[in-house]
Design a protein around this ligand. Structure first.
Ligand code: GTP
Ligand code: MG
Length: 297
């Protein structure tokens, strides 16, 4: 009989949740950046091991809500930690637990669901001795199914996370075909790759106010070329200037980096065209948030 486990990865923003999802799935399906609040929606990643199918949900990071988009992101986390088999609660070992993390831990405690504590970024600790007090403080808060220190970027400890989750899988049919790694549409994946590059290249508030909509994505009939056209939306006219950059330099840099990644992912030559438009204060406008696929309400 096949087995399945549904697992949500939750935790503070920037802890490394999407990095973990990518490492488990073995392909980069979720955007990763050094900026907080990179992930905006629930992202599904699938990994098959023998007759066990693991279905992971990467979620937006916990943060202090600052606008309506934040409210939707935090609702996504709440909704994603019910009706599943386990939660991977990921912390950044270099940061203290925040109020939002404490809140999530308390609700997980009440739910009686197995919670695997993953302590990430141990490569940043000066010595291994620093780990014991961190573990002691976290385990005093609740009874975890397992406690696993990891470094996702150094590929250290991820196998143990996978083993622990496999042990929780229950007999059930598989819900996804064996060769599927995510349920995200290709246009969404492409848009996220473009947004990730802008997040890394831009500073301050500008990158957080960006949404990318891929309007067209089509393989040419006569040539092995994938044409992609995308619109980059930002919140103000002044931000548009920053996104485009002097003589178009910023937009060129971001779209070149995105094109290289798109070509690697889709294994085909890509012709990427990006336009920049303004949608004033879209992160506080429900209709626009919905039109960008960032809320289903
Ligand atoms: N040093 C170190 N950095 C890491 C590790 N894992 C992830 N990072 C970095 O941490 C940053 C955030 O990683 P993400 O995977 O985007 O974090 P996230 O939890 O998904 O963030 P949000 O989507 O904003 O909630 C990136 O710059 C990663 O490269 C790790 O093990 N060690
Ligand atoms: Mg993320």
């Amino acid at each position: 009989m096949p087995k399945t486990a549904f697992v949500t990865i939750a935790g503070r923003t920037n802890a490394g949740k999407s990095s973990l999802l990518n490492a488990i799935v073995g392909e980069k399906i979720a955007s990763v950046s050094s900026k907080p609040q990179t992930t905006r929606t629930r992202i599904t990643g699938i990994r098959n091991i023998g007759d066990t199918q693991l279905v992971f949900f990467d979620t937006p990071g916990l943060h202090k809500p600052v606008n309506k988009l934040s409210d939707h992101m935090l609702d996504t986390v709440k909704e994603s930690v019910s009706d599943i088999d386990a939660v991977v609660f990921m912390v950044d070992c270099t940061r203290r637990l925040g109020q939002q993390e404490e809140g999530l831990l308390n609700s997980l405690k009440e739910s009686n669901m197995p919670v695997i504590l993953v302590i990430n970024k141990i490569d940043l600790l000066r010595s291994k001795d620093e780990l014991a007090p961190i573990i002691a403080s976290l385990t005093s808060k609740m009874d975890f199914q397992a406690v696993i220190p990891v470094s996702v970027t150094e590929n250290n400890g991820i196998d143990i996370v996978i083993d622990e989750i496999c042990a929780l899988a229950e007999e059930s049919i598989h819900y996804f075909p064996e060769d599927m790694i995510t349920d995200q549409p290709e246009k969404v994946l492409a848009g996220e790759m473009i947004r990730e590059k802008l997040l890394e290249l831009l500073n301050d508030e500008v990158p957080h106010g960006i949404a990318v909509a891929v309007e067209e994505m089509k393989e040419r009939e006569d040539k092995d070329i994938l044409d992609i056209s995308a619109v980059i939306y930002c919140e103000r006219e002044s931000h548009k200037g920053i996104v485009i950059g002097k003589g178009g330099a910023m937009l060129k840099k971001a779209s070149t980096a995105a094109r290289i990644e798109l070509e690697g992912f889709f294994q085909i030559k890509v012709n990427l065209k990006c336009w920049v438009k303004v949608k004033e204060d879209w992160r506080n406008r429900e209709g626009l948030i919905r039109s960008f696929g960032l809320s289903d309400k």
